[in-house]
Write a protein that binds this ligand. Sequence first.
Ligand code: ZN
Ligand code: FE
Length: 254
Amino acid sequence: MLDVSIIKCLSDNYSYLIRDKKTNQIGVIDPSEFNAVDSEIQKTYKKLDFILNTHHHHDHVGGNIDLKKKYNSKIVCSSYDEKRIPGADIKKSDENEFSLGETNFKVIHIPGHTLGHIAFYSEKSNIIFTGDTLFSLGCGRIFEGTFEQMFSSLEKIKKLPKNTMLYCGHEYTKKNGEFCISIDRENRKLKDRIKNVDNKTKKNLPTIPITLGEELETNIFLRCEDKKVKNKIKMNNASKLEVFTKLRNLKDQF
Ligand code: ZN
Ligand code: FE
């Protein structure tokens, strides 16, 4: 089993400090910056065995080198990105496994935001770290891949158990919710979630994690087959991929 602590970094990033309870092996997902992560480590476990990166963007790897130097950590990343991830040590491809002590993670290749983007999924702990691919109430911008790649990456995540806890790379939930409700206007569960998100945001609390089940009911990018959503954007007869493409383009201008 895993302990997860949320570390706020930069303006709206999240890094996650994780601990395998059985073995006390410690990892961090996407250390955006050295200082915030280091001070959390100093307050808690005082060591860092592994650094896990979802993708190569600076706001996800910014702390890699200094943390590695200080704690002698090993850096785990996508084999696709070994040249773009500072300090890469252990390279993983789709469906490879990585163990933090007794917690097993499956690496899932989810290209779209970047071509080498991966998620770390632990079936036993019911947790997935989705980086900048699936956000709470949103999804990442498509920088390197195609719309089709991003769409199939989200489809892979959609198939996981509904009680999977999602931990994503940014606190974008409030703004994302505004976009979802502008289209999915009658979605009662979405309205309830937005209230909840507003409350947390006002108190400066994270809106993460969230279950996949809740996302499936409220995140418009996972609801491209919904009749009301399709109707609202006048795409009643379009495919799911066409609807997704349209929504992603609308969001870019939102
Ligand atoms: Zn990114
Ligand atoms: Fe990012």
